[in-house]
Design a protein around this ligand. Structure first.
Ligand SMILES: [Zn+2]
Length: 418
């Protein structure tokens, strides 16, 4: 039986008989230490890296796989892969997840940079970014506010640095830890990293320790919004790299219990991102862990979690019918966006073999292959000769940008939201 069949069977079983999951208890919650998480969804095999650059279709199909077993903690609202093994996830120079080739994303990042500079009065200050990628965002923060920056990222590649030779931006190809406590820091930002960390609480406590002498330092963290996945039907969001899926409640709880004071939280990027501003809590122990209405939020999330498998199954079956019918009629289908969502989508529908190519604006991804299934990643111009009948849009926020790009090429395929 293929992994996809197992997935659907289990999703069906879980959604029809919620009581059947009650006996399935996952590992201890890494955020609050509660003894058991409730398993509510399972994908038996998933590529261990979704944003890895693979040079042949064969290497892509042979890429290692491991289970995703999502659990929910009734104590703090943490959701995550209870089967996660960090030894299988190795971020190096072959890891590529920059979204800066999209104008929509660049605009978002620039507005965010301006917001942070204004909110925290960052002018002539010392900044640290954890998980800086190739330094695009850190560069914006430093250039717009005449700040000095240090970026930490093991996948940083000096040849691709966007620092334009600036002397006041440095990069460290390593994980940030207390050994870097001597680095000056007025402001620390960390975007789309926390969800990758095996033990998020220890990670935050380490950050707290590293910043111990910087009592006035401010922090900004950004993670995918679990509620977009659960309620907004973002069913293609789970990937192996993601240990955790945070909601407002669980993120606030984690920060407050790790020695920080949460200043504000908000949803951005069409509700897909959760953004948190924080500062050091005055007495080591964080403040605000028990936010108003927290228990109500937690109960509601428990309901969302129970409904997820059913919503997943309905959406998968709808897409499967479309892919099969398109294939039967000899239609050509391309996907747009070779990121995590595409890896999930294509691995779910690997038996359908209905999609041959995936378009991506990132030139470093073009010519590479999708982990697990081996589709070729191509530039938009490839479609001039391929003439796709349909383009599946993996992320709805890019729909207008993609539509405009296709029109500029004189192409008018049917647009299918994933
Ligand atoms: Zn917990």
């Amino acid at each position: 039986m293929s992994s996809i069949q197992v997935t659907l069977c289990e999703a069906r079983q879980l959604s029809k008989t919620p009581s059947s999951v009650k006996g399935k208890i996952g590992s201890r919650c890494p955020a609050c230490g509660s003894s058991g998480t409730e398993i509510f969804f399972e994908i038996p095999e998933f590529p261990t890296l979704s944003n890895v650059l693979l040079k042949t279709a064969e290497a892509a199909r042979q890429w290692p796989k491991a289970p995703i077993r999502l659990g929910f903690c009734h104590g703090c609202g943490w959701i995550g892969n209870t089967a996660f093994d960090s030894r299988l996830v190795n971020y190096g120079e072959h890891y590529e997840n920059s979204l800066h080739y999209s104008a929509v994303f660049r605009k978002y990042a620039e507005r965010l940079a301006r917001y942070l500079l204004h909110r925290f009065h960052l002018k002539g200050k010392d900044l640290i970014e954890i998980g800086c990628g190739q330094g695009d965002f850190l560069h914006s923060l430093c250039e717009l506010g005449w700040n000095r920056g240090v970026g930490f990222d093991p996948s940083f590649s000096p040849e691709r640095a966007h620092s334009n030779g600036r002397q006041d931006i440095r990069f460290v190809r390593d994980y940030y830890s207390p050994q870097y406590a001597n680095y000056r820091c007025d402001f620390l930002c960390c975007r789309h990293v926390l969800e990758h960390i095996e033990d998020p609480k220890s990670f935050l406590q380490n950050v707290r320790q590293a910043l111990d002498g910087r009592k006035r330092a401010k922090l900004y963290f950004e993670v995918p919004n679990a509620l977009f996945t659960l309620r907004g039907m973002g069913i293609w969001d789970p990937i192996y790299e993601h240990r955790s899926y945070f909601s407002r409640y669980s993120l606030r709880f984690l920060f407050a219990s790790s020695g920080f004071r949460v200043l504000s939280m908000r949803e951005r990027f069409g509700g897909q991102f959760l953004c948190l501003d924080a500062e050091m809590a005055s007495h080591g122990k964080g403040e605000g862990a028990n936010c108003t209405g927290g228990r109500k939020q937690l109960r509601r999330m428990a309901g969302d979690v129970r409904n997820f498998a059913g919503a997943y199954r309905r959406k998968v079956e709808k897409h499967r019918a479309f892919l099969r019918e398109s294939k039967r009629r000899g239609k050509k289908i391309a996907l747009w966006g070779a990121g995590s969502k595409a890896v999930n989508f294509l691995n779910v529908f690997r038996r359908e073999k209905a999609v041959e190519f995936v378009v991506d604006l990132n030139p470093f991804k073009q010519g590479m292959f999708i982990p697990g299934t081996g589709q070729n990643i191509v530039a938009p111009e490839f479609l001039l000769n391929y003439h796709a009948d349909s383009v599946v849009v993996m992320n709805p926020i890019y729909q207008r940008e993609i539509s405009a790009h296709l029109k500029s090429l004189g192409l008018h395929p049917e647009m299918i939201p994933a």
